[in-house]
Design a protein around this ligand. Structure first.
Ligand code: SF4
Length: 71
């Protein structure tokens, strides 16, 4: 699920200690650096939400995975 990354969301993610990325998901296999279900990283692995992309540019979108389960 993708939607715009707003300043309000970044602020609330910090203040309320939001957990939404693969690293905090029950299905994340840290040793293999892969999802147990084999999902590709389409942005849901990025943390923090406003971390720059590979090109160094700030992101404009955020992606949440519908199968995320808090570890
Ligand atoms: S289920 Fe989704 S959030 Fe969890 S590790 Fe896999 S891709 Fe990441």
């Amino acid at each position: 699920m993708r939607f715009p990354l707003t300043a309000q969301l970044v602020d609330e993610a910090r203040r309320f200690e939001l957990r939404s990325a693969c690293r905090d998901c029950l299905f994340w296999r840290a040793r293999a650096q892969a999802c147990l279900h084999g999902w590709p990283d389409e942005g849901q692995g990025r943390w923090p939400l406003d971390a720059p992309g590979p090109d160094g540019a700030p992101p404009t979108e955020v992606a949440f995975c519908k199968e995320f389960e808090l570890r």
